[in-house]
Every structure is written in C-alpha cells, then in structure tokens.
Design a binder for this molecule. Structure first.
Ligand code: CMP
Length: 175
C-alpha cells in the first residue's frame, strides 16, 4: 500500500475506488506521545531512549476508519504497522480471524522475506497506527539486535496458531 510514499507524492486516493483508505492523522501525535506509546510496546523494550526517539521520528501516524482494508493478501508490501489505538482483524484463512490490539504489530513478514502479504488485515474499529517503511524498519532491526527475540517469538506464535487453524479446518472437512 506504501502509505508513506503515496502521502509524500500526493497520489494517496481517499475514495477513488469507493474504498476506505488510512489517512495521515489530522492531529498528528506529538513526539512525546509517540515515545510514550512506543515505550509500552514489547517489540521496542530493548531500545535505548535514543533509539526510541529515532523510532518516533521515522514512524508516521495514520488513522483508519473501521472496515478499512490495511493489507491485502497476495499484494507486495513495504510497510510495518503498529496499532496505537483500536483493534484489527487478520484473515488468516477463509474461516479463521485473529484480533490484534493496541501494542500489537503486523506487516513484518513481507518486510522480512520480501514475499507478498501472507494475509488480509482489516480495521475492526477505527484505528490509530504508526507506520514504518521497509528501509527504516530493516535499518532499525539492524541497529537494535534486542528486537529479534520478541519478533521471532511473535512469528513463532503466529505460525503455531495458523497451523492449529489448518488442523482444525482439516478435521472439520474429514468429519
Ligand atoms: P505480512 O505477511 O507482511 O502481511 C500480513 C500480516 O498479517 C503478516 O505480515 C503478519 O503481520 C500478519 N499475520 C499473518 N498471519 C498471521 C497469524 N497467523 N497471526 C497473526 N498475524 C498474522
């Protein structure tokens, strides 16, 4: 979706396909508030104050209305999302949905492996998001090695849940 790039070059479209789009936050979050939010996120627990300040500088604040499709499965992806307020649904399979809450992140998989988006993610309520572009995210990941264990633990949990969902649906088909 490349929100940040589209915001910068003015090509962001709000309603041209009749679809909802995330929009840059009208009342942009102040640097101090961003720091406060970021401090509470387990992924950034290993960051020093200085690193956290750098994250706050590179993270763009976006708002999305309920039902906005933030990520579409199969599309290329260049952004990492952190939920500041609200909840989102990950469409893991045709029947399985998972809820993500404030402090949760998504969109990391395509940034890490360069593959298309693995799932569709939709705003369940109105959302406030912090969005970090690929280059900044990978640089950050390089500079803060302490992020890796939290990110890997989250990925492992996601794989386990997804496999469990596949097992359950196979079981249902067999019955
Ligand atoms: P990405 O593949 O970049 O885009 C879709 C995102 O949905 C993915 O990154 C993860 O952040 C998230 N996602 C995919 N599968 C799961 C899952 N099983 N549980 C939670 N989040 C997921």
């Amino acid at each position: 979706m490349e929100l940040v790039g589209r915001m910068m070059d003015g090509t962001i479209s709000y309603a041209d396909r009749g679809e909802l789009e995330p929009v840059p936050s009208a009342s942009s979050i102040k640097q101090d508030e961003k720091m406060e939010r970021l401090e509470a996120v387990p992924l950034f627990a290993a960051c020093t104050r200085r690193q956290l300040r750098a994250v706050a500088r590179i993270a763009e604040s976006f708002d999305a209305a309920a039902d906005t499709v933030l990520i579409r499965a199969g599309e290329p992806g260049d952004e990492f999302y952190l939920i500041v307020e609200g909840t989102a649904r990950v469409h893991v399979s045709a029947t399985k949905r998972l809820r993500l809450r404030a402090g949760d992140f998504f969109g990391e998989m395509s940034l890490l492996d360069g593959e298309p988006r693995s799932a569709t993610v939709v705003a369940e309520t109105s959302l406030r998001l912090l969005v970090i572009g690929r280059r900044n995210f990978l640089e950050l990941f390089d500079k803060v090695p302490g992020m890796a264990p939290t990110l890997l633990a989250t990925l492992s949990r996601r794989v386990r849940r997804a496999e469990h969902a596949i097992d359950v649906s196979r079981h249902r088909v067999r019955r």
